[in-house]
Design a protein around this ligand. Sequence first.
Ligand code: FES
Length: 115
Amino acid sequence: MAEGTVVETDGRSTARLCSVDDLASGEARRFDVAGLRVALVRIDDDFHAVGDRCSHEDFSLADGEVWGPECEIECAKHGSTFDLRTGAPCSLPATRPVPVYELVIEDGDVSVVVP
Ligand code: FES
């Protein structure tokens, strides 16, 4: 299945991002699929997806550093970090959360649930 392919299952839409093996642990990558701008992050065998737009200014979070033990990603522009589980900012200057997206991992593919 190609990147961005949308599948409808049981009334819910998912859009394929990539294969599980496409991302190494500690890596983040931006995807633009199904009208969403998603930062996909891998930490060990766990995947997280947040909106790829820092809530402080419009900057790609996927360009930032992944903090594995803290499960956070750091915005490369001014250094705010965001909790990848909740989207909450953990340090200034950002004060607003970023969206968190549900993922489906199936048959070696990582897909995002389209809200
Ligand atoms: S743009 Fe992300 S912290 Fe300022």
